[in-house]
Design a protein around this ligand. Sequence first.
Ligand SMILES: [Zn+2]
Length: 132
Amino acid sequence: MPKTTLFQAITGGCCPRCRRGHLFQYNSWLSSRFHVQRTNCEHCNLRFELEPAFFIGARYVSYALMVALIGTMFVGTNVLMGDPSLTVYLSIVLPAIVILAVPIQRSSQVLYLYMFGWVEYDPTLDTDGGPV
Ligand SMILES: [Zn+2]
């Protein structure tokens, strides 16, 4: 029985193989070094960048998430406020884009690794004691 669920692993930015190690060097999204990734998992030593420039593809995931966010905010604003002016739309959507850009960028890299990394979860590595 896995100790860490898939949802917990993805939202926590954890390694897809052991679900213990972390993809990013710094956990805080507010750090200026939010984008610094580890080269290998600190728990199971999985190499995260599976091939050169592997995470370039994460930009497509980021783009899709951002389009979904902007579309949802425009529709939500329209539904909740009737048909406000363009200034109202922009004053709501632009701050949200700025605030959520870092979480979306990090989330897209984690999602891309889980979707296209083809790394299988190994429950024997999902322990607190370190690699088996
Ligand atoms: Zn790992």
